[in-house]
Ligand binder design. Structure first.
Ligand code: CTP
Ligand code: CA
Length: 219
């Protein structure tokens, strides 16, 4: 069995020295990769820039920077993967143009504000979702700060996910920059809530939930 995982942030360049990014550490995605490998799965981990490392004979890491690169790397693997897990915090927008040279202040009184026009990035999960075969299983993440459940349910439908892992930033110890996480699994048939746990234990919960749902799926 083969799982495609996306993890980490994406970096969208502004000029040669600056980018738009986010606080994703990649910890959750790498913990999932380790857990799948532990279970004997072949893992392709398409990873944005992170400090995480993983060395395992079953894990292939494909390092990328931008959302477009992450999409291309994921699309190359998706048809052959049994399960897709989109744990990356993909930048929704990128600068329309990337300046060839470092953007300089002018110091002439007209540089008090700077506007960078952004254009929408490809939605990796939603785009691949349109190619998903009946026997494939797709898992998304949703990080919300309000209207958590309705937002997660919308994402479930819109992106063709079979399961959404919901993180609320209102839960203490959950989300970015923590070694713990508190998740709710959202699927068409209902909602399952878990306690606050170390991310490795959360990864185990997520992988066993996926495996449990795969049995009827592949049968
Ligand atoms: N995702 C993706 N490609 C994008 C944006 C998001 O693959 N360009 C995936 C994420 O990896 C995650 C899921 O879609 O599994 C939901 O991401 P999220 O940012 O919560 O949803 P968005 O659809 O971008 O909505 P918003 O940020 O407006 O809440
Ligand atoms: Ca988003």
């Amino acid at each position: 069995m083969h799982v495609l995982l996306t993890a980490g942030p994406t970096y969208e360049p502004i000029d040669p020295v600056r980018f738009i990014g986010n606080h994703s550490t990649g910890k959750m995605g790498y913990a999932l990769a380790a857990e799948f490998a532990q279970q004997g799965w072949q893992v392709t981990l398409v990873s944005g820039p992170t400090a995480q490392t993983i060395t395992h004979p079953l894990v292939t890491v494909v390092p990328v920077q931008t959302a477009q690169q992450m999409y291309e790397a994921a699309a190359a693997v998706a048809p052959a993967a049994d399960v897709w897990v989109f744990a990356a915090a993909v930048a929704d927008y990128r600068p329309r143009t990337v300046a060839a040279e470092k953007i300089k202040k002018r110091d002439d009184g007209t540089d008090e504000t700077l506007t960078i026009e952004l254009v929408k990035n490809v939605d990796i999960a939603a785009t691949l979702g349109q190619t998903k075969r009946a026997e494939q299983f797709s898992v998304g993440f949703a990080l919300e700060t309000q209207d958590e459940l309705p937002n997660a349910q919308r994402k479930l439908q819109r992106k063709g996910f079979d399961l959404v892992v919901l993180n609320s930033l209102r839960d203490a110890g959950a989300g970015f920059r923590h070694d713990t996480n508190k998740i709710t699994l959202v699927e068409a048939s209902g909602v399952t809530t878990f306690e606050l746990k170390p991310k490795a234990d959360v990864a185990r919960d997520i992988v066993s939930a996926i495996l449990a749902r795969l049995q009827p799926h592949v049968a």
